[in-house]
Structures are given as C-alpha cells and as structure tokens.
Design a binder for this molecule. Structure first.
Ligand code: PEP
Ligand code: MG
Length: 571
C-alpha cells in the first residue's frame, strides 16, 4: 500500500486498529478473566447515560420546545431496548471483545434493520440510534478521543492503523512507545502529520484502504521514507527491511555528530536552525538535536484533551519551564492557534469551512478573557529567559492593532500586580495568509519579527485543504505563486530590517534548503528530528551559488523546468 510519507524510518511490528471517529471504535480481545469486568464496564456506561438523560428530562426549562421531552423519552427507550442494553453484553461474553466493539456490532445490526423499513419516519430514527450509541461510547471511553487498549505494554512493536486521527488524538500517543502509525486520511502538512513527525516514529497518511485491508495483529512493515506499507511480508522482504532499518539507524547516529557544529554555509554565513515544539516535554528533543532556539511553540496543544482551560498560572508554569530549559536561547511562543482542526473539548467548529473560520488570532480576539490570560502568562514567563510572542494567522492591520492593544492591557495588568516581565519582549507575526504576504508593508513596521507559516500559506494560496487527502497530490511548495510569495515576504522583511524565519514544514525539507537560502532566508524552524539533516545541507551550500539560481527559478513557470533547476541547485 502507498500513502504520503510523513516521518521517515522503517518500523516492523503488529497492527493495532484504532480510530477517533466517533462511530469507529477499536476492536481488541478481552482475556477470559476480564470478561465480567468488561461487561460491568458496559453496564456502568449504560447507567451513566440513563442518569444523564433522566437528569436532562427533569431539568427541561419551560421555554424549551415541547418536542424536547418526547425526544428524550425516545432516547431513553432506545437505550433500554434489549438490542442495545442486553445484546452487547452477550457479544462481549461470546466473542471476548471489548464493550465498544460489541456496541458497534449491535448498532450496525440495528441500523441494517432500519434500512429494511420503508417508512420515512422510522428511517429518520436512525439518527437517534446513532446519537444514543455515541453517548454510550463517550461514557465508555471517558472522552471522544483515542483510548489505548488496556494492555499496551510492548507498544514499541505496535503499529497503529487508523482511518483518521485528530491532532489531539496523536499527541496522546506520546505516552506510549509505538513503532509507527498509519492512517487512511490526512494531508502531509495536516496538524495530524505534524504531530506524527514529533513522535519521531515512521508514519504515513492517506493510505486510503489500510483499515479495510489490514487485520488486527497482522505483521506489517512501514517504510516511512517511501510512504509504503507491506502487509504480511515474506521472510525475504522481512530480512531486507531489517537491514534497511539498521542502515537508517546508522545514518541517524552519524548525523548526531553534527549536533554541536555551527550551521555555517561554505561562504561562512551563519544560519539559525531552530525547532518547533508542541508541548514543554519536547524541549528534551530540541536540546538533543542542538537547535539554537525554539522558533515555534504551538501552545494550543496545552488546551487539548482536557476538560476546562489551562489558567494563567498553569500556562505560566509551562512557558517558564520551556524558557528555563532553553537556558537563554530564544523561545518563540505562539498564541494559541485553536479552531479549524484543533479545538477545545466540546467546542467543535460549526462552520462548513473551519479552516476559513474562527481560527487562531480571530478566535483570540473574540475571547478576551482567555486571550489575556495567555498573554499575561507569556509575559510573566519572559522574565525567566528570552521569550518572544508570535501571533498566528494575521490577516489585517486592524487585527494586529487589536492584538497589540491586548498585549498592552496584559502588560498593564502585570504592572498593577507588581509582577516582573521583560519590557523589551518582542512581538512577531506569522505570515501565512496570502493577503498578509501581499500587504506586508502595512504590518511590518508594527512588528519586531516575522515568521512564514508555509503550511497555511500554501493551503490558502492554492485553495487546498491541508487535512484533505483527496487533494494532497496537488500540494506543491514549488508552485510559482508560492515561491514568489515566499521570496516577496523575505525581501520585504529584509528591506524593512526585520528578522524573518520560516517555520512551516518546508523548513525541514532538505530538498528546499538551498532554494530558501538563495531567497535570502537565514532562519529556519522545524521539527527537531529534521534539524541535523538540514544542517548537513547548509554546511555544503554556498549562498553565492544559490542566490542567482534561486532568482532564476522565480522567473520560471514551467513545473518540469523548475524541478530540473531544483535538482541542479541541489547537485
Ligand atoms: C504553518 O502554517 O506553516 C505553521 C507553521 O503553523 P501551523 O502548522 O501550526 O498551522
Ligand atoms: Mg499555520
């Protein structure tokens, strides 16, 4: 099977099927001695949902529509019907499977029966059955996201096979030692893929049929570099991939020697290679790969997979920890980029196009309390090292002005509380909306630095949903519009004397390092595991040679010629 490679390396292990999609649940075998417990778990979920529904019914406000009560009665009836309340327990006992799976099997059977009925009213009740099952699943899982199977020890040989996973699901995998993970959906620069990269294990997205074709516990080889999965390999293939796996490891070890080497080009220009992180724990990797700072801390990950929001103190502790551990090196903390594919529990976006909706700074500006709490936390942490604030998804000067106003309020708040902070804290903007790139002159004087978010810049320039695998083959960082925008941003920033970095996935792609150097980029921020390979490329690059070739590429429209020119540049 072929998909989009997300994170390199080779994994050999056994398949474990999971999914976060509400009605797609994990299937695993429950040992005989735990069957009674599993059945009790199901009974407890049933009770929780019944109690929830009854409580809702007892608290119906007088203003609620009359149908509300009948709707709750209907859901209680569905819940108590033997097909959902008793049959799953029998399935658990006879099939030795987990409760979620038993429930899913029963739901499918029930929905199948509905399909036979030619009655529009009854047919519409399918949605009610699904809603009741969703409630039950939620009660079983505790939350709608991924739950690892109970005995996930030995996970280092486990390959997760999923239809789709949210970034919130993937971040939870960090608690487990997995060999690899592969999904049917997803694009190369989706946040799911980005977080997958941070797990540092081979992974692939957009396989399309993995969930259908792979069975639980089947032996798999995942080649994360080629984006290829081999199912049930023969001994010869297995031996060959074991050898490749070994070679890959040797390469990685060799690269580690570059950790403390400065990233200077052949013409002695020093290049800043920084790291992107999602959570404070990632700093360990940042140090391991010798990054000279953190160019992007995606703070929204502190807000995921939890009930309630992290308050100012909790955020302050998280930011201070990172700043302290980086020991004086710069830490660029981005204000939360929630919305689109990353949302707080229970706050799923409602618009049809969440990537074009209330996301990032747009959301922050509608949530002053939450935004101010974060800004205060960041400013407080700035006292303990070199912290910079980065604003995601800027589109207009008015948004920037409002943001700067909130930052001023946060500063005043700290002054009033007599809390120390770095008064010279720098404020930067992410340039990731084409409008912002084209109208950069209107922003640049108000900002201390800029960072190009190519993942979104490409998504919005090419009108390609970065999470949608059906269009991921069209994703093209070499599109002339993209190259011209990037070069324009770098030139404008250099002209205005503002430091400019690039923190999208392009920064970690060694095929593009020389091109970006040629455009005048001197600061890159990428996933830590990409850093040494990029450093190796910088060490072998000459700016004098790269610059004229890069500008020639800007004037070339023919995709084939462009690719040939890139190959020459990298030769
Ligand atoms: C980007 O858009 O390139 C970026 C770095 O931000 P994110 O991937 O978090 O949207
Ligand atoms: Mg972005």
């Amino acid at each position: 099977m072929h998909g989009i490679p997300v994170s390199g390396g080779i994994a050999i292990g056994h398949a474990h099927l999971v999914s976060h999609a509400k009605l797609e649940v994990a299937h695993y075998v429950v040992p005989q001695q735990q069957i009674a417990e599993e059945s009790a778990r199901f009974a407890a979920a049933l009770e929780t949902v019944r109690a929830d529904l009854e409580e809702l019914r007892s608290q119906i406000p007088p203003s609620a529509p009359r149908e509300f009560e009948s709707f709750l009665n209907l859901h209680l009836m569905i819940l108590d019907d033997a097909t959902l309340s008793k049959a799953p327990r029998q399935i658990i006992e006879t099939e030795h499977c987990n409760a979620e799976w038993a429930l899913k099997v029963q739901m499918d059977a029930l929905l199948g029966q509905f399909d036979q009925i030619e009655d529009a009213y009854l047919n519409e009740r399918k949605a009610d059955v699904i809603q009741v099952v969703e409630r039950l699943l939620k009660a079983l899982l505790g939350h709608p996201g991924y739950v690892p199977p109970p005995a996930m020890g030995g996970g280092e040989r486990l390959i997760l096979v999923a239809r789709d996973l949210s970034p919130a699901d993937v971040i939870q995998f960090r608690q487990h030692q997995l060999a690899s993970f592969i999904t049917d959906l997803g694009g190369a620069t989706s946040h799911t893929a980005i977080v997958a990269r941070s797990l540092n294990i081979p992974s692939i997205v957009a396989l399309h049929h993995a969930r259908q074709l792979i069975r639980e516990n089947e032996l798999l080889i995942v080649d994360g570099t080629q984006g290829m999965v081999v199912v049930d390999p023969d001994p010869q293939a297995l031996a060959e991939y074991k050898l490749r796996q070994h070679q890959w490891e040797l390469e990685r070890q060799k690269l580690k020697r570059l950790r403390d080497t400065r990233a200077t080009t052949l013409d002695q220009v020093e290049i800043e290679l920084q790291a992107n992180i999602e959570l404070p724990d990632d700093v360990e990797q940042v140090r391991e790969y010798g990054a000279t700072g953190i160019g992007l801390f995606r703070t929204e990950f502190l807000f995921l997979n939890r009930d309630g929001l992290p308050d100012e103190d909790e955020q302050f502790e998280a930011y201070r920890r990172v700043v302290r551990e980086m020991d004086g090196l710069p830490v660029t903390v981005r204000t939360y980029d929630l919305g689109a594919d990353k949302h707080i529990n229970g706050n799923e976006p409602t618009g049809a196009n969440p990537a074009l909706g209330l996301r990032a700074i747009r959301l922050s500006l509608t949530e002053p309390q939450m935004f101010l709490a974060q800004l205060c936390a960041m400013l407080r942490a700035s006292h303990y090292g070199k912290l910079k604030i980065l604003i995601p998804m800027l589109m207009s000067v008015s948004e920037l002005n409002q943001t700067l106003n909130y930052i001023a309020q946060a500063r005043q708040n700290l002054e009033d509380r007599h809390i120390a902070y770095d008064r010279g804290v720098e404020i930067g903007g992410m340039i990731e909306i084409p409008a912002a790139a084209l109208a950069l002159n209107t922003f640049v004087s108000k900002l201390d630095f800029l960072s190009i978010g190519t993942n979104d810049l490409i998504q919005y320039t090419l009108a390609l949903d970065r999470t949608d695998d059906t269009v991921s083959h069209l994703y093209d960082p070499l599109h002339p519009a993209v190259l011209n925008l990037i070069s324009h941003i770098i030139r404008s920033a250099n002209k205005a004397g503002k430091p400019i970095a690039l923190c999208g996935e392009m920064a970690g792609d060694v095929q593009l390092t020389r091109l970006l150097l040629g455009f005048g980029l001197r600061q890159f921020s990428m996933h830590p595991s990409r850093l040494l390979e990029v450093k190796q490329q910088v060490l072998q690059s000459s700016l004098r040679e790269a610059a004229p070739q890069a500008s020639k590429m800007l004037r070339t429209d023919d995709p084939d010629k462009l690719r040939a020119m890139l190959a020459r540049l990298n030769a």
